[in-house]
Design a protein. Structure first.
Length: 311
């Protein structure tokens, strides 16, 4: 397998970047420039900029890696990007102010912040097929590894809605902290991690009984969450310009300094790195998932928010 190493600025204080498999791509939704930056770790540069709808925020990937779904908050649509051609192949109408996206093999689930529901999109036809009522102001979503459940944070309801994907109905509501935003799930599907922006905490949820099992303090205004295959949880703290690194049960491990206003976070499937969008500096920080050391950030479009890594 061909590998490459990102160039690090002399005297920058960053560690050398991790090694990268050839087919990894990082998709970054730039809310301020209405586009998506596509970054190739192997080449060490942004290889494409894809124009999407108005104010793109959340971004999610199909489990097979051939499609990326971008929530356009101000145009009430989702742009579907083919990851091979890097072209928008469909624009799907959804609810009011879509923000987050989670995809299973058959459907994409879009959180509509303004209409308090979730639009379900058929991933074969790219057509909306259902609308699911959830809690107030749904923010982000994540699918279980087997695709049987989708978990939605309700930013205005201080809760998480659990959706059964075989029936597309809510089956549970889990209380969490204040203003829950980002959400991530462990690779084995046993633990959920919810960033509570208003209480500066992470809620750890046991998916076996949908009960909160732990609460951990993090930095100021946590938003994005990503968990590696090895179980390290990375939390983007927007107001403290840091990433908190936690163990699987919420135990503190490290704090990584990044650039201004980190917001989104995504972990690579191969456990090599975590990418964090810095909304205030129009960059993405790259953190080695094993050592916790940051490599040199790369520049993207204006006000990057959502990020996803595909292969």
């Amino acid at each position: 397998m061909t590998i490459a190493v990102l160039v690090v600025l002399t005297g920058s204080g960053f560690d050398a970047a991790p090694r990268w498999p050839t087919r990894i791509q990082v998709f970054v939704a730039n809310s301020g420039s209405d586009n998506v930056s596509v970054y190739s770790p192997r080449l060490g540069k942004v290889t494409a900029t894809v124009q999407v709808g108005d104010y793109p925020t959340g971004v999610g990937a199909h489990p097979a890696g051939h499609r990326v779904y971008v929530a356009n908050e101000s145009s009430d649509t989702v742009s579907v990007i083919d990851t091979r051609t890097l072209a928008v192949i469909a624009t799907v109408p959804v609810g009011a102010n879509p923000y987050g996206v989670a995809a299973t093999r058959t459907h994409a689930y879009v959180t509509n912040f303004g209409s308090h529901d979730v639009t379900v999109i058929d991933t074969t036809t790219n057509a909306p097929v259902a609308t699911i009522p959830v809690g107030r102001s749904p923010h982000s979503a994540v699918a279980s590894p087997d695709g049987s459940r989708v978990y939605v944070t309700n930013n205005g309801g201080d809760s998480v809605t659990v959706i059964n994907t075989s029936t597309n109905t809510p089956v549970a509501t889990i209380p969490v902290g204040i203003f829950p935003a980002g959400i991530a799930i462990s690779f084995d599907g046993k633990l959920l991690y919810v960033a509570n922006t208003g209480s500066n905490t992470i809620t750890v949820i046991d998916t076996a009984d949908n009960g909160p099992s732990a609460t951990a303090e993090v930095g100021s205004a946590p938003l994005g969450v990503a968990v590696t295959r090895g179980g390290r949880v990375h939390v983007a703290n927007t107001r403290s310009d840091t990433v908190s690194v936690l163990g699987p049960t919420g135990q503190p491990l490290d704090v990584v300094q990044v650039q201004r206003m980190p917001e989104g976070a995504a972990a690579a499937f191969d456990d090599s790195h975590v990418d964090v969008t810095n909304t205030g500096s129009d960059t993405v920080s790259v953190i080695d998932a094993k050592t916790g050391k940051p490599a040199a950030p790369f520049a993207v479009g204006a006000q990057p928010e959502g990020v996803v890594v595909t292969s």
